[in-house]
Structures are given as structure tokens and as C-alpha cells.
Write a protein that binds this ligand. Structure first.
Ligand SMILES: Nc1ncnc2c1ncn2[C@@H]1O[C@H](COP(=O)(O)OP(=O)(O)OP(=O)(O)O)[C@@H](O)[C@H]1O
Ligand SMILES: Nc1ccn([C@H]2C[C@H](O)[C@@H](COP(=O)(O)O)O2)c(=O)n1
Length: 708
């Protein structure tokens, strides 16, 4: 997950390949609750690991439910059989509506029936999300429920520690037009108390998001409860209902999450050598309502085919076709249509979406404000949004150097808007769907990058969303930004590069490690690395072949040579000196070029070395030449070695360092020197943070995302 302030997406041009999606949030949280309420253990597989499911798991554990992790995406839940081992608890539910609503209902009924008391709260936005209709329904049933700040909103106190008789003699009346989760919550909770008589729910208004109710009913069935339904107005939980564990249940991949990749396949031309975007874990017979997003995507031009557990999406009509659609049946996935509308041949209207206004944020307002930043013309109403795409490509420099030679221009969109595409920094309102939707704006025809603020908000349902997206998107290497950090030894390049990569969410290339690996491999093969021997042409050839065939693997924080962990050995001073000698051999340098170029992955790269800016990435948009006085550098290295418990003599280090500088700067091939367009940074008087800030300021200044 990108836990950084903002993530810059370079302009993207094509997509293709397979994605495996995480489990459905709606199914995961329903299944966890049902398993906890049931008699007996349930093994839950393919569970979503996200903020909202973590919140539910933590709450259930706090309530005394034993939950054991049995694998990376599976848990065994020891069901409580409807009995409360914990009678008093304060549960924090973040911004998880799928935890707040069902737990409110289940715990209210159990607290009244068994004499318990619970407090449920969340983040400030959760305290603005209405729950009054559910509270009213629970009060009708005889449950003491108190709204602790504002009537009709969390935080809530459920129960008062004493037993209250429940009134099931009359139908429980609940509205269906604010959130279908109120009905879901009652449906999940009432089987706990319907032992003596039927429990009947009457929906008093038009029911929105019916597909989510279908999920609830199907899952209730899996856990042994058959609800009778008369239209969408009356639901009867039969007397004697009791939850029984199905033993094992697998969670389908999230159909709402699939919508971003369906849209991706519809918007992006297929990367050569692929046949569009293949989505695994969810298929056309999914029980999730958002699977009907496929129909809407097809209306807009997407070519989608699928089977029980897989979908394949290719671009069909282009530009996409504008639509006018009632989206009541796909409330979450419909947001993705709003972003597809940016690539349509006219104005798209999405109707019957009033529920967007009470989600993680006011989603109608959010989509309108952020879409306008990109250049779209957007009108919004209480329950609709109307989107006219930006006009054709705007003038503006492509990011990451020159536009790729020979790159096709695949995005000839109908020019219908008043403005062209604009470079935008997308505010995400702590709403995962806003972030995921607008990532697709990186395919804009103007070749502009898109900044996504607070990208970690995707953690609510899809923590690895951006990694998954980058795995199937393609853009010419020249568009992937590289920041080069070159300079002499111990100037702090590695430290600076690692910090920058971590703060920007970029990949890291420690090119010195490659030369160190060649030195180490040579030593292990018994090949001399003395300067005299390296001048022998036959010996230089052998070393070049050794470098070309290096059996090396990088894992987080570790380097492996022929299967052996050499992380420590590589950082030792003799390895640095050997690296300096072998790096003067042209055959060695040539052998390592491709390996370095291949490290240029989305969303960007920070490259540390001696010739990053001059030879390997000459078109890089930012090159830093980092120096400090030899004395300062020797002191830093001395301190570094001593702190690791490695004995070192300052004068010897200074002499070695000067010798290394001389060799690195004076060799014939790719000598250490600043690139002509490099920014010189002498950090003798700067601490690490000051150096990092210097480069970040420079980088952000260069990106020029307008602040609006
Ligand atoms: N600006 C700075 N001020 C003080 N110390 C620093 C600064 N930058 C880095 N250091 C420290 O200097 C030491 C050497 O830094 P680092 O290993 O990053 O250098 P390097 O240029 O990558 O060296 P090499 O080229 O040999 O790999 C580290 O202990 C690091 O913490
Ligand atoms: N791009 C590079 C990186 C490193 N080298 C050589 C010269 C250095 O002295 C040696 C070790 O590098 P370090 O790990 O200390 O950064 O490798 C080079 O020639 N070109």
C-alpha cells in the first residue's frame, strides 16, 4: 500500500494481463458477523484484508469471539451461537458502514435479550452518516438505543445492562430509501430472537440497492436461515430460525473493485502481446449486485466476456459512448461510470444516485469537484450527476522527458467539453472509490500525469489497488520518471535515494550494489580484481561474462547472490574498493546496462550511482549530483562503520575514499561527473532531512500540479 501523502501517476497508454482481486467487502463483513453469531466453527477463505474487515474482526474479538488466522486470507471463526460472553464493550468501527449498521442491530437485540451494554463509535465522518431509521426500528422492537451526540447518528449506546422484552408481535417498519444497510442489518439480527414467533420487516418506502439485499438473503441461506420475501416490501424470518455454520465458506472477489479493471479494459488499448484485461475471482454469475456494472460498461462500448469465475475485457467502441442511466442497482460501481464518462463522445447522465451523498463522503460533490479539475464540465443535482468530457488533448509537456518516439496516440476522444484536459491533483476525501476512480484519468489523451492525494485511502477495500493497477498498465519507459542521485562515495546518496523512494512511492535502484556483486562474485570464482589484471583484455572479457550471468535476486532489504544472502558482505569496505576497480572495465559496465534499465517501473524510480544521470538515464527529469567534503564523508563513513561494530581508522578511510574518488572520476568509461543538467547539492552542512527536503522541493516544484 502507498502510505505517502500523494502518488503521482505518469500518463499511461495501454493495459493488459491478469489481475486477481481481493475479496468482496460486503460479503466479507457479512460472513464474519454470521460466522460469529452461528453455532460452531466456520473457516472463512479468500477474506478481504482491508480497513473495514479489520475493524469488524477487532470488534468481534472484543466481543469474545475466538478468531484464528489460518492463512494469508483465511480465518477460523469460533461461533458464539448467539450467546454474549462479553456484556459491556466500547467498539470503534472507523468508517465501516458494513460493520456499524449490522453490529448496531445485532448488539441491540442481544443486549436487550441478555442484559448487556455496548457503545459504538467511528471516525468523524461516520458520525455524520445517518442511522436514525435503523435506530427507530430497533426502538420499535423495545431495544434501548441512545444517540450520544446527535439524534439519528452515531456514536450510539445499545442496551442499558438490563433485560428488556422484545416486541415481535407487530411488523418492524423501516425505510428503504436512505441505505439498504438498515434492512440488511435487521435481516442479519432478527434470526437471533425469532425463536418463539416469526419476525416480520416491512419496508415503508422504495427500497434502494436491492442487489445488496439479495447478497444478504443468499448468505443467510448459507448459514441456515430462509427468509420469506414478498416483493421488496415484506420480509419474514420464520419462527425457530437459528444460525448454523456452513463449516467452510469462500468469499467472492469484490465486484465493485472489478469495476475499475473493467473500466480499464474499456478505456485502455490492449498492450501488444496481451488480449485485454483478465479479472480473476469474480465472474458473470456473481451474487454481487455490482456485477451488473458489466451491462453499463457494455453500453458504453466495453467488450466483456466471462464465465463463473473470470472476466475478460477489451476496448470496443472508441471513444466510449455517452449514456443516460438509472444507477440505483449499482450504487458503488456507478462511480466508475463517472470516470469512464470522461472518455465518452458526449454527455453522460447518471441518475438515481442520491445514496452517494451519504457514503464515505458526499460522492456526487466529490466526483463533480475533482472531475472539473481535470477539465470536464459537470452538473450535479440531489440525485444525479451529468458529465461532459474535457475537449481533446490539451497543450502541455508530457512528464518524464520527451514524448516517446513511435508511441501511438490511442486516445482520439470526441471533443465536446469547453476546456481541454488539465493536470490535476485529485483530493480523495478519505474515500477509496474516489481514489480508484480517478486513477483511470491517467489515460487522458493529453498525456498528463495525475496526482492522487492520500492514496492509502484505498486500504478500505483494496489495499494493493495501485500495485495491481501498475501490474497491468503500460507506458513507454521515457514517461516513467527517474530521479538520479550521483556522487562520490559516502556523500549520502544511498540514504537520500532510499528516503526519496519511500516518500514518493518509487522503486529504488542501488547501482553500486551491482558492481559490488560483480566484485564479490569474481572473488568467489577466484578471479583477480587487481587493476593490473583487469587491464588484460582476456581477463576483462571473462569479467564481463561473469557480470552478464550474475545469479542475483533482490528481496526487501536483502540481496542474494547464487541463493546466498550477501547483504552484509556487500556493504563491507573491501567490497566497495573491489567494485570501484571492476567498474572501470567497459565489458562489466556494458553487461549491467540492461539490468539497470529494466528497473524503470511504474510509478517511478530513484537511481543512485555514479553514471545514472550521464549514461543510464540521460533523459531523467531530475538529476542530483550530491557531494560533501572528503573529510566530512570520511567522518560519516567512520561513524557508520563504528555504529555497526566494524573497526575503522579515520585516516585510512580518508585515504581509501580519496583513492576511490580518483579512480571513479578518472576512468575512461562513464566516469563520475555531474551531468550537464544536474543540480549540484553539497550537503556538507546539511543533515539528512534537509537534503531530502531540498530534493523533494525541487521535484514537486517541477511537477507543477496546480493547487485549487
Ligand atoms: N546529509 C547527511 N548528513 C550527515 N550524515 C549523512 C548525510 N547523508 C548521509 N549521511 C550518513 O553518511 C553515511 C554514508 O551515507 P550513504 O551510505 O548513504 O552514502 P553513499 O553515498 O551511498 O555511499 P556509497 O557510495 O559508498 O554507497 C551514512 O551513515 C548516512 O547515515
Ligand atoms: N553507477 C555506478 C555505481 C557504482 N559504481 C562503482 C564505483 C563505486 O566506487 C563502486 C561502489 O559503489 P557504491 O556502492 O559505493 O555506490 O561501484 C559505478 O561505477 N557506477
Amino acid at each position: 500500500m502507498f502510505d505517502i501523502p500523494s502518488l503521482d501517476l505518469p500518463s499511461l497508454i495501454s493495459a493488459g494481463g491478469r489481475v486477481r482481486l481481493p475479496g468482496s467487502k460486503s460479503i466479507s463483513n457479512r460472513v464474519l458477523l454470521l460466522a460469529a453469531l452461528s453455532e460452531g466453527p466456520t473457516l472463512v477463505e479468500d477474506l478481504l484484508d482491508s480497513d473495514d474487515t479489520r475493524v469488524m474482526l477487532a470488534a468481534l474479538r472484543q466481543l469474545g469471539c475466538a478468531i484464528e488466522e489460518t492463512g494469508p486470507a483465511s480465518v477460523r471463526v469460533q461461533g458464539l451461537g448467539g450467546r454474549l460472553p462479553v456484556r459491556e464493550a466500547a467498539l470503534f468501527l472507523g468508517n465501516a458502514g458494513t460493520a456499524m449498521r449490522p453490529l448496531t442491530a445485532a448488539l441491540s437485540l442481544l443486549a436487550a435479550a441478555q442484559g448487556a451494554r455496548f457503545e459504538l463509535s467511528g471516525v468523524p465522518r461516520m458520525h455524520e452518516r445517518p442511522i436514525g431509521d435503523l435506530v427507530d426500528a430497533l426502538r420499535q422492537l423495545g431495544c434501548p438505543v441512545a444517540c450520544l451526540q446527535n439524534e439519528g447518528y452515531p456514536p450510539l449506546r445499545l442496551g442499558d445492562g438490563t433485560v428488556h422484552p422484545l416486541r415481535l408481535d407487530e411488523p418492524i417498519r423501516v425505510r428503504g430509501d436512505v441505505s439498504s444497510q438498515f434492512l440488511t442489518a435487521l435481516l442479519l439480527a432478527l434470526p437471533l430472537v425469532a425463536q418463539e414467533r416469526d419476525a416480520v420487516i416491512e419496508v415503508t418506502t422504495e427500497l434502494i440497492s436491492k442487489p445488496y439485499i439479495e447478497i444478504t438473503l443468499k448468505l443467510l441461506q448459507r448459514f441456515g436461515v430462509d427468509v420469506r420475501r414478498e416483493g421488496w416490501q415484506r420480509f419474514t424470518i420464520p419462527r425457530g430460525s437459528r444460525y448454523a455454520s456452513p463449516g467452510r465458506i469462500a468469499v467472492e472477489a469484490d465486484a465493485s473493485s472489478a469495476s475499475y479493471f473493467i473500466a480499464l479494459g474499456a478505456i485502455a488499448p490492449a498492450t501488444p502481446g496481451t488480449d485485454g484485461v483478465v479479472i480473476e475471482g469474480v465472474g458473470t454469475d456473481s451474487i454481487q449486485g455490482d456485477i451488473r456494472f458489466i451491462e453499463a460498461a457494455r453500453l458504453m462500448g466495453a467488450e466483456v466476456e466471462g464465465d463463473g469465475n473470470r472476466l475478460r475485457v477489451r476496448r470496443g467502441a472508441w471513444p466510449l459512448k455517452a449514456i443516460d442511466l438509472d444507477c440505483n442497482h449499482i450504487p458503488d460501481a456507478a462511480m466508475t461510470l463517472a470516470v469512464m464518462a470522461l472518455y465518452a463522445d458526449g454527455t453522460t447522465t447518471l441518475r438515481n444516485i442520491a445514496s452517494w451523498r451519504v457514503k464515505e463522503t458526499d460522492r456526487i460533490a466529490a466526483m463533480a469537484i475533482e472531475g472539473r479539475k481535470l477539465g470536464a464540465t459537470i452538473e450535479e443535482g440531489a440525485d444525479f450527476i451529468r458529465i461532459t468530457p474535457p475537449a481533446g488533448p490539451a497543450a502541455g509537456p508530457p512528464q518524464g522527458g520527451a514524448a516517446p518516439s513511435g508511441s501511438s496516440e490511442p486516445h482520439a476522444v470526441g471533443s465536446v467539453g469547453a476546456h481541454g484536459w488539465r493536470r490535476a491533483s485529485i483530493h480523495t476525501y478519505d474515500d477509496h472509490r474516489v481514489a480508484m476512480c480517478f486513477s483511470l484519468a491517467a489515460f487522458n489523451p493529453a498525456g498528463l500525469p495525475v496526482r492522487i492525494e492520500d492514496p492509502k485511502c484505498v486500504g478500505k477495500t483494496f489495499p494493493d489497488y495501485f500495485e495491481t493497477l501498475f501490474g497491468v498498465c503500460h507506458t513507454p519507459a521515457e514517461r516513467i520518471p527517474v530521479i538520479c542521485i550521483d556522487g562520490p562515495t559516502a556523500s549520502g546518496k544511498g540514504t537520500l535515494a532510499a528516503e526519496l523512494a519511500s516518500r514518493l512511492g518509487y522503486h529504488l535502484l542501488d547501482s553500486g550494489a551491482l558492481y559490488r556483486l560483480v566484485g564479490l562474485a569474481a572473488e568467489r570464482e577466484g578471479l583477480s580484481t587487481t587493476e593490473a589484471d583487469l587491464r588484460e583484455p582476456a581477463h576483462a572479457e571473462r569479467l564481463g561474462r561473469l557480470a552478464a550471468g550474475l545469479d542475483v535476486r533482490f528481496t526487501p532489504g536483502k540481496t542474494w547472490l547464487e541463493g546466498e544472502d550477501v547483504t552484509e558482505a556487500l556493504r563491507a569496505e573491501p567490497a566497495g574498493m573491489a567494485a570501484s576497480r571492476v567498474s572501470a572495465v567497459p565489458q562489466v559496465r556494458a553487461a549491467l546496462v540492461d539490468l539497470q534499465l529494466q528497473m524503470r517501473h511504474l510509478p517511478g524510480l530513484v537511481a543512485d550511482g555514479r553514471d545514472m544521470g550521464t549514461v543510464i538515464f540521460p533523459g531523467a527529469p531530475l538529476k542530483i549530483y550530491l557531494t560533501a567534503s572528503a573529510e566530512q564523508r570520511a567522518q560519516r563513513r567512520h561513524k557508520q562503520l563504528i555504529s555497526k561494530g566494524i573497526p575503522a581508522i579515520l585516516d585510512d578511510l580518508l585515504a581509501d575514499l580519496k583513492a576511490r574518488d580518483a579512480r571513479d572520476m578518472n576512468r575512461a568509461h562513464a566516469p563520475l561527473k555531474p551531468a550537464e543538467d544536474a543540480v549540484l547539492l553539497d550537503n556538507s552542512e546539511l543533515d539528512i532531512e534537509q537534503s531530502v527536503q531540498f530534493v523533494l522541493n525541487r521535484w514537486h516544484g517541477q511537477q507543477a500540479f496546480p493547487v485549487r
